[in-house]
Design a protein around this ligand. Sequence first.
Ligand code: GLP
Length: 260
Amino acid sequence: MEILILPTKQEACVLGARWIARLLRNKSHAVLGLATGSTPVLLYRELIRLHREERLDFSGVTSFNLDEYLGLGPDHPASYRRFMEENLFQHINIAPEKTHIPNGLATDVPAACATYEEEIQRAGGIDLQILGIGGDGHIGFNEPGSSLSSRTRIKTLTDRTRRDNAQFFEKPGDIPWHVITMGVGTIMDAREILLLAFGKGKAAPIAAAVEGPVTASVPASILQFHPKATILLDEEAASGLERADYYRWVHEHKPGWQRV
Ligand code: GLP
């Protein structure tokens, strides 16, 4: 696990976008795992800039999003499909039929989840998975207690996550109780993982995930087992890390060939 601490989230997102751009320039048919929430918004903005100004090409890219609210259709203002359209897809040249998000209107949820897993397999697996982290250490919508080898399935949100995400809904009663999310095992199958976290509110879950024990109580802690996971932080999100100075030291002394 590599921990990168940048002074601001803007700088972290510029680095994250360069990371993705490097992958796409090496592998034009890459499969990206994408995330929603406020964290990746600036990252997506930077990808859009790279597309417009440096011709970063998404025409061969396939994408799979982590999760979707059950009961919300693609046009619902709080649906993750709508979020992705507005914050990324409409502004780049990705083919609409290559963008995948769990179906929030699925009637047979287990079948929809199994199909999602099959589609990921058929696409060749995820090359790079972008992640945020919930205040309680969740990744995707894998709440604390989720099996560390879980696959795409229905989950029930915790009260805390529902409150955290209330800002995206008109009124509290509109927030769904259930979601479809890639499982922790699905996420861990990605060949590379880039987790972003910004702001003071993420200091505690980042400290627990990076320096605490690996436990289902902090689903993001499983990333300690991933062979290629990078955690991209701003100073505030890194403020709970005991070894922050060491992570900075590692970064400063990196051999040139390892730098992005
Ligand atoms: C939701 C999403 C997660 C995201 C988390 C944090 O629960 N399902 O993928 O990482 O929110 O959101 P934010 O980036 O807004 O803090």
